[in-house]
Design a protein around this ligand. Structure first.
Ligand code: ADP
Ligand code: MG
Length: 327
């Protein structure tokens, strides 16, 4: 039986947390005290996921626990950072032991594999929502950013963008009968996105700019273009589509999902053309694909295809506060 808030924290969070040598005070006091190495800078990012907005109300608790950490790790990956510590604020409508246990399993499984220690958090009663604030390190003189792309650079993406959006579409299309082997890879992409931490860290010395494409490739590439004050030209036929997405929904819908679909947590990055062979060597050690999808040009905005006369594309993607959205 759960006897109260500190019991929950002890049983489900403190007990599962990884320990690290750089924590002077962890879970249990009013704040955590941690040590940043003198030759590192601290990178901090935060992300909230809310039931019915970022995950289905009936999602498996282990997938929710995994997701709230994964989306944060993806932000660190896009900065080239090495993950270290996380703070978890959880809002729960009710306290259920089984739910907490599974949530903690999903969270701590990923935390352990990423080397992240949970150093504190908060627990409140309310609508189901989880927020993580993640902390990681980069060298003093180096981090990835959205702002470094230059004319002539080459654009790459990791993984198969559109796979998560195809997984979501598949769940919503209840009348579609699809063999498990095809649907599994898409569901996996949706429910268990793999933050590209190793790729991000090795890109520190290779990439000129990087962003994670959690809101959709086009909208996030447009952000990179804007921060770098350049134009991006994407070659649609070069996009590495998930084969299951193309088989189930057709090539052109798979391409639309790759360009506009969200929840991919892949990295889009740019390198100087001369760095191609260094990238080829480095990316061999990553556990994901890495595909050239376009180039950086003078100007602004995002262009699709090689037609030089065509104007920039209207960018679609996920934006909670886009004009016209009511939620
Ligand atoms: P306070 O009321 O002083 O803010 P809390 O009771 O919220 O303290 O938290 C007590 C301790 O438990 C703190 O160290 C806090 O960081 C930690 N904690 C609270 N909730 C969580 C959680 N979900 N995961 C990890 N640690 C938590
Ligand atoms: Mg508190």
């Amino acid at each position: 039986m759960i006897t109260g808030e500190s019991d929950i924290i002890e049983r489900y969070f403190a007990a599962h947390a990884l320990t690290r040598g750089d924590i002077d005070v962890g879970i249990g006091d009013d704040g955590a005290v941690v040590r940043v190495p003198s030759d590192r800078r601290l990178v901090v990012a935060t992300d909230t996921i809310i039931s019915g907005v970022h995950f289905a109300a009936d999602a498996a608790p282990a997938d929710i626990g995994y997701r709230v950490l994964a989306v944060n790790l993806s932000d660190l990956a896009a900065m080239g950072a090495e993950p270290a510590w996380a703070v978890l604020a959880l809002s729960l409508p009710a306290v259920e032991e089984q739910w907490l246990e599974e949530f903690a399993r999903g969270f701590s499984g990923l935390a352990r594999s990423a080397g992240v220690a949970l150093i504190g958090g908060d627990l409140t009663r309310g609508e189901l929502a989880a927020t993580v604030t993640i902390h990681g390190f980069v060298p003093v003189d180096r981090h990835l950013s959205r702002g470094g792309a230059a004319r002539g650079d080459v654009v790459y993406v990791t993984g198969t963008p559109g796979a998560a959006a195809a997984g979501l579409k598949l769940r919503q299309a209840t009348d579609l009968v699809v063999p498990d082997v095809k649907s599994e890879s898409l569901s996996e992409a949706l429910l268990r996105p793999e933050p590209r931490i190793a790729a991000g860290r090795s890109l520190l010395s290779i990439a000129s700019a990087a962003i994670d494409i959690s809101d959709g490739l086009l909208i996030d590439v447009a952000r990179l273009a804007s921060a770098s004050q350049v134009a991006v030209r994407i070659e649609p036929e070069a996009l590495p589509l998930a084969s299951a997405a193309a088989e189930i929904f057709g090539q052109s819908e798979a391409m639309r999902l790759a360009l506009e679909g969200g929840d991919d947590y892949e990295l889009c990055f740019t390198i100087a053309a001369a760095a191609s062979s260094v990238l080829a060597r480095a990316s061999r050690t990553w556990d994901c694909r890495c595909t050239r999808i376009g180039q950086i040009e003078k100007g602004s905005g995002v262009y699709l295809g090689s037609d030089r006369e065509a104007g920039p594309v209207r960018v679609f993607g996920h934006d909670h506060f886009a004009a016209g959205r009511s939620e």
